[in-house]
Design a protein around this ligand. Structure first.
Ligand code: AMP
Ligand code: FE
Ligand code: FE
Ligand code: ZN
Length: 283
């Protein structure tokens, strides 16, 4: 497992703009030694990524970014080296993906009242079988000339304050952590400080997540805010949580660059040691 190590990337199997094969090419161009493919609520991109990495010397960590929810707040969990065949996890992710689809249709029907956009426009932006999200709606708005790019669509039209936004079903993080552990995976709380210091997970709640099996916090992430990170570094020490760093690369859909944050090899070695779901792919 060569460094540099980037443990959070997306392909077109969810809301990244590159196929797993193209992503592997970008990872090599960026000079990484190891990366994790962590598409939203699916492991369907793993095999293509492994095939593309074969013979390149890259290590690929099979992962997933699992959607969870606490009240109105969306909480993402990175799940590393899960067994992709685990039934309970498969059923849960299938439900999330199905509900993401109906939720996206609802958002589009709301948008259609004010913009020239149809459900077909959105489906044009989604690869076969991919996990659907707001990024695909953003791309459809861009294609219709309603927004200059994905990020602008997120800042403006798709922002919840405009009333088109609809949340989607997602399980409770406590349940999700248990599900990941039962599938042999290692759960890390993704970008836990993006929303300002008051929105950081309360200490008591974090203690429960740790009891359920949380392994670490993704504290080095382009969208984390320093004040929240400072608080969470204290909790990480107190609870013995690992700290990871990653880019959350989405291709051209987001400004995040591959390898802009990385994870030390020793931390990845602990993840590999704890995981029983599957092994890294050595290409
Ligand atoms: P959703 O989960 O469907 O509500 O959509 C949120 C997702 O959009 C998150 O995973 C973000 O990482 C992703 N996303 C992709 N591109 C962008 C962007 N340019 N700005 C904000 N979020 C983005
Ligand atoms: Fe995403
Ligand atoms: Fe996320
Ligand atoms: Zn992500």
């Amino acid at each position: 497992m060569r460094e540099p190590i980037d443990l959070h990337t997306h392909s077109s199997v969810s809301d990244g703009t590159e196929t797993p094969t193209e992503l592997v090419a970008s990872v090599i161009r960026a000079g990484l030694g190891t990366f994790a493919l962590t598409d939203h609520d699916t492991t369907d991109g793993w095999d293509e990524a492994f095939a593309a990495a074969r013979g390149t010397g890259l290590t690929v960590i099979g992962g997933m970014e699992l959607s969870t929810r606490v009240g109105h707040a969306s909480v993402h969990l990175l799940a590393y080296l899960i067994d992709p065949e685990n039934l309970a996890l498969r059923e849960e992710t299938l439900r999330i993906r199905e509900e993401r689809l109906t939720r996206a249709e609802t958002i589009v029907s709301r948008l259609a009242a004010d913009f020239d956009i149809s459900w077909t426009d959105v489906l044009t932006q989604v690869s076969d079988g991919a996990t659907v999200g707001r990024p695909h709606i953003a791309d459809a708005l861009v294609a219709r000339g309603a927004a200059p790019d994905r990020s602008a669509a997120f800042r403006d039209i798709l922002h919840p304050k405009h009333g088109y936004f609809v949340p989607h079903y997602a399980p409770d993080p406590l349940y999700a952590i248990r599900l990941i552990r039962e599938a042999g995976g290692v759960p890390v709380l993704a970008h836990p400080a993006t929303r300002g210091v008051d929105a950081v997970v309360p200490r008591e709640h974090l203690a429960q997540l740790v009891d359920a099996g949380l392994f670490g916090l993704e504290l080095d992430h382009p969208e984390n805010k320093p004040e929240g990170v400072a608080v969470l570094r204290g909790y990480a020490e107190e609870f013995g949580l690992a700290v990871t760093g990653s880019s959350d690369y989405h291709g051209v859909g987001k400004p995040n660059r591959l390898g802009e944050h990385t994870t030390p090899r020793a931390v990845l070695e602990r993840i590999v040691d704890e995981a029983t779901g599957t092994s890294p792919f050595f290409g």
